[in-house]
Write a protein that binds this ligand. Structure first.
Ligand code: NAD
Length: 484
């Protein structure tokens, strides 16, 4: 648990403990740019301890009555709800996101993840296949064993628990690592597990960098599956390392998500929702729209409406209750995003709104703030239309026909999420079928049902999370054939 000096420790075998190597990394508050705590930079020695604890806990946890397992998950969910305010404040401080967003989205969703999978495990059934007059097959779905869950910084507790909850529900013991950039709410989850009496060793939380802690988790021979969410380059590196080790691997990676906006859309609603899809969480959601394709008939009107909204959205201290745009997560990330804006200018783009770092006064004077940025005039193969920026930057392009819109949207190595904005139901269905993404939203964005398959294709990932997909990933199917 972070102490008075904000030193976070690992959570292993139900106890907080310092890293074996006594090595720590600084934790920086994005809104102030100041170091406000430290976290372990754990290595193989800490992973070894966590694996030993998980091995000891595994037989009893996997044998536990389903209802009792579900009761633990429900108790964790309830405790997250009880601690909503302190978790939301921690998330906003650590990540730079508006505290109101953490209060409304991040923390409630973390609780929902545990509740959802508490119920899902009681509904999870396996198949049977009869061979007429001769035999029956039935399939056991057994826990994989010890699994590694590695998550990114953009939705810290939300995505951390999106992996941990199904892994535990399926009867596995977990070694989990949050991003080193946003460790705080993950550290607080350990105390929640203690409070509800989760058996020691069932969930172990290690902190540190990808190179040290993440790679030690991925490479440990007793960790049989890795569920990873993060950048595509990291996913590729992990896949390369793990291929000869034959581990189960789920990869949720980057995106460059198209929004297809047609002349016949509900204009007011579409402007509001597309704007939210572009800039929520400072544009740092893997599902955010970043390439906006707008049909010619409404292009100028839509562009003008977006610019007005962008100019009115002023970054503020994330800890203020009325803040709608907070800080970019780190100095490195701010520089990366600003670098893309420069590149856009070099590649012929025009900045219609934003484009500059914002300097606030007072507590936040050294914080990492950026104006919502809108760019037009780039070709579809420009860097800002092909590479993931993962910040508050969108590009606008015009199209005339459905075929053009589809071709532009599909001209990408990514394939995570697309949005389609039209009142024409035939067009919507046809495009949904043909767009190369794992998720399509029509006239909405980020409307989530936790039962649905979640994930992307191509460079956006391999495998799906959510609902039964997650339960399948975290179990090993074993077919038993009986001849009679
Ligand atoms: P990242 O790839 O840098 O890091 C993600 C996690 O992996 C962190 O915990 C990091 O410490 C760890 N890591 C880094 N190198 C590792 C290695 N070699 N071995 C094991 N672990 C390693 O990503 P990020 O910058 O934290 O997050 C932003 C990225 O995440 C964006 O690309 C975004 O699109 C993606 N993302 C995807 C989804 C999705 O569901 N598809 C959701 C959220 C974010």
């Amino acid at each position: 648990m972070p102490d008075a000096h904000n030193i976070i420790e690992n959570f292993i075998d139900g106890k907080y403990q310092a890293p074996v190597n006594n090595n720590y990394l600084d934790n920086i508050e994005p809104a102030t740019g100041l170091i406000y705590g430290q976290i372990p930079n754990s290595d193989v020695a800490d992973v070894e301890q966590a694996v030993t604890a998980a091995q000891q806990a595994l037989p009893a946890w996997r044998a536990l009555d389903l209802e009792q397992r579900a009761d633990y998950l429900i108790a964790i969910a309830q405790e997250i709800e009880n601690q909503l305010e302190s978790l939301a404040l921690a998330e906003a401080t650590d990540n730079g996101k508006p505290v109101a967003l953490a209060r409304m989205v991040d923390i409630p969703r973390a609780a929902s993840n545990f509740k959802f999978f508490a119920h899902a495990c009681s509904q999870f059934a396996s198949e049977s296949h009869a061979i007429a007059n001769s035999a029956i097959n039935y399939t056991l779905r057994q826990p994989v064993g010890i699994v590694g869950c590695i998550s990114p910084w953009n939705l810290p507790l939300y995505l951390f628990t999106w992996k941990i909850a199904p892994a535990l529900a399926a009867g596995n013991c977990v070694i989990a690592k949050p991003s080193e950039v946003t460790p705080k709410t993950a550290a607080m989850l350990g105390a929640i597990c203690q409070k509800v009496g989760l058996p020691n060793g069932v969930l172990n939380i290690l902190h540190g960098s990808g190179a040290s802690t993440g790679s030690a988790i991925c490479n440990h021979p007793k960790i049989s599956a890795i569920s990873f969410t993060g950048g595509s380059a990291t996913g590729a590196a992990i896949a390369t390392q793990l291929a000869p080790k034959f581990k189960k691997l789920s990869l949720e990676l980057g995106g460059k998500n198209p929004a297809l906006i047609f002349d016949d859309c509900n204009f007011e609603n579409t402007v509001a929702e597309v704007f939210r899809a572009s800039f929520a969480n400072q544009g740092q959601i893997c599902l955010c729209a970043s390439r906006l394709y707008i049909q010619r008939g409404i292009y100028e009107k839509f562009k003008t409406a977006l610019i007005a909204k962008a100019q009115a959205l002023l970054p503020q201290d994330p800890l203020l209750n009325d803040t709608k745009m907070g800080a970019i997560v780190s100095k490195d990330h701010l520089e990366k995003v600003l670098g893309y804006i420069d590149l856009a200018k070099q590649e012929g783009g025009t900045i219609l709104a934003g484009g500059e770092q914002v300097h606030l006064s007072g507590r936040c004077q050294q914080g990492y703030f950026l104006q919502p940025t809108i760019i037009e005039g780039l070709s579809n193969n420009a860097s800002c239309n092909q590479q993931e920026i993962f910040g508050p930057v969108i590009t606008l392009q015009v199209f005339d026909t459905d075929e053009q819109a589809l071709a532009l949207a599909n001209e990408s190595q990514y394939g995570l999420a697309a949005t389609i904005w039209t009142q024409n139901i035939n067009r919507a269905h046809q495009l949904a079928e043909q767009v190369n993404t794992g998720i399509v939203w029509i006239n909405c964005w980020l409307l989530r049902d936790l039962r649905t398959p979640f994930g992307g294709m191509n460079h956006s990932g391999v495998g799906r999370e959510g609902g039964l997909e997650a339960m399948r990933f975290f179990t090993e199917p074993k077919n038993v054939c009986i001849k009679y």
